[in-house]
Design a protein around this ligand. Structure first.
Ligand SMILES: Nc1ncnc2c1ncn2[C@@H]1O[C@H](COP(=O)(O)OP(=O)(O)OP(=O)(O)O)[C@@H](O)[C@H]1O
Ligand SMILES: [Mg+2]
Length: 466
């Protein structure tokens, strides 16, 4: 099976188009980067090692779709994908350590991914085995044979023969009844029959393991160690066949999977197709020659450097090489510029893509076109109350225009402004349904204007509400 998804760059862009309006350059770049991973895997051994990922920096104002692109990309890339806030490494307690934890988290993810894929491939067999175990449980308990009193050698021999006969007979009977039970079970006639079985009671709710500082760096998870020290508590429980089957299937599937192989595969997947999305990277790009917290920002960059350049990270599953992991960074870069990053790190992000500010026209499309468009969300929400919410075309244009105007007048927060404008607009309706209003509710341009006019015109008021 293909490790990476097999979408072509154009198909990737088409998928992203379903959720993100505009930003064509950014979509193109991530599509190329993603496809290049797939291409690299098909290059001959020697050259393949030399081909480095083209890490990307997405640059753009807030709320224009940077994170959204990453989020959607992660669903497309059938590859281990993790999003981390670069700024979190500057927080107290994070400085100077733990940057490698992103690779450990990515590896955890990959292992879970491979395990669930493998589980799916053995599912059928696991269900069969689970059904066999259910048959065992449903069988009546064995009866012991009657004892005989013997007084002579010949009598003893006679008795032994008889017992053997009897045992055979019994065996046959049991096989018969097994067959009967199996048939009934597979026919679905025993789903509500109760069985008793041991189930692992998960976790130790009373015990919280607090990881001492430093241990995490070794890639050792204390919880795992402690968890293994104390064997899982088993609890005997009565449940229906229909409830027991998934539990047994899970157990059988675990036995069928070669975990060592799965881990190997997962590590290879991280190394060759893993993607790290480094959000808010501008927050660690300190302007030069300033004292104070900037020192630690540069420190974080220095810590990041080896991970981005390629290093071995020690994880609980073994060594993971990061040379070919793809990094996509993103930031608004309002205050700092990519050139404020330390030169070595700049060099590791050769591709820079700028995202555009969103216009009122973009807002109209964002409100209506994406599969998860805000307007669609509100229509669906009110539909659950039997209310039909209808937006006039002009009303949508008006909402977009207002959002755009407020962005200009105050702070430009991009498409996030649509959320605040829409909630302010719909608040009364959302409150009045279903008690005071029902049926069809039409949103017209006049309604938008009249309900938002006061807020938009009063700058103080809009500062709080929009
Ligand atoms: N181009 C776009 N098309 C559709 N929706 C968008 C677009 N841009 C932003 N949005 C919506 O706006 C919200 C914020 O976008 P996103 O999280 O991508 O911002 P960002 O660019 O990462 O900003 P920041 O720099 O603040 O992190 C999301 O809910 C997203 O759905
Ligand atoms: Mg973001």
């Amino acid at each position: 099976m293909d490790e990476l998804q097999t979408l072509t760059p154009r198909q990737i862009v088409a998928e992203l188009d379903k959720y993100i309006i505009g930003q064509d350059n950014a979509k193109r770049s991530v599509a190329i980067a993603l496809r290049n991973r797939w291409r690299r895997q098909r290059v001959g051994d020697k050259l393949r090692e030399e081909i480095m990922p083209n890490n990307i920096i997405l640059i753009g104002p807030t709320g224009v779709g940077k994170t959204e692109i990453a989020r959607r990309l992660s669903k497309l890339a059938n590859a281990p994908f993790i999003k981390v806030e670069a700024s979190k490494f500057t927080e107290v307690g994070y400085v100077g350590r733990d940057v490698e934890s992103m690779i450990r988290d990515l590896t955890d993810l990959a292992v879970a991914m491979v395990r669930s894929e493998k589980t799916a491939t053995v599912q059928e067999q696991a269900v069969q085995l689970a059904n066999e175990r259910l048959v065992d449980m449903l069988m009546p308990p064995l009866r012991s044979q009657a004892t005989r009193v013997v007084t002579s050698q010949s009598e003893a021999e006679e008795a032994e023969r008889a017992m053997e006969e009897e045992a055979k007979e019994l065996e046959k009977k049991r096989e018969n009844s097994r067959e009967k039970i199996r048939k009934k079970l597979l026919n679905g006639e025993m789903e509500d029959t109760m069985v008793e079985m041991d189930v692992a009671s998960d976790g130790m709710p009373m015990m919280q393991v607090i990881t001492p500082v430093g241990v995490e760096e070794l890639g050792i998870n204390l919880q795992d160690i402690v968890g293994n020290l104390f064997p899982k508590k088993m609890k005997r429980r009565k449940m229906k066949v229909s409830e027991a089957r998934p539990v047994l299937t899970q157990e059988e599937a675990q036995k069928l999977i070669d975990m060592e192989q799965a881990v190997k595969e997962a590590i290879s997947r991280v190394e060759n197709s893993g993607i790290v999305f480094l959000d808010e990277i501008d927050k660690i790009a300190g302007a030069k020659n300033t004292a104070g917290p900037d020192v630690s920002r540069e420190g974080v960059q220095r810590d990041l450097l080896p991970v981005v350049e390629g290093t071995n990270v020690f994880t609980k599953y073994g060594m993971v090489k990061t040379d070919h992991v793809l990094f996509i960074a993103s930031g608004a870069f309002h205050v700092s510029k990519p050139s404020d990053l330390i030169p070595e790190l700049q060099g590791r992000f050769p591709i820079r893509v700028e995202l555009n500010s969103l216009t009122a026209d973009d807002f109209v499309r964002i409100l209506t076109e994406p599969e998860n468009a805000l307007i669609k969300q509100y229509i669906a929400l009110l539909e659950t109350e039997g209310v039909e919410l209808v937006f006039d075309k002009e009303a949508i244009a008006e909402i977009a225009a207002i959002a755009s105007r407020v962005n200009d007048k105050m702070e430009n927060i991009g498409a996030r402004r649509l959320h605040t404008v829409l909630t302010a607009l719909l608040e009364d309706i959302l409150f009045d349904v279903p008690d005071q209003r029902s049926g069809k509710i039409k949103i017209t341009a006049e309604l938008v204007q009249s309900s938002l006019k006061n807020i938009v015109e009063d700058e103080d008021l809009s500062r709080y509400i929009l």
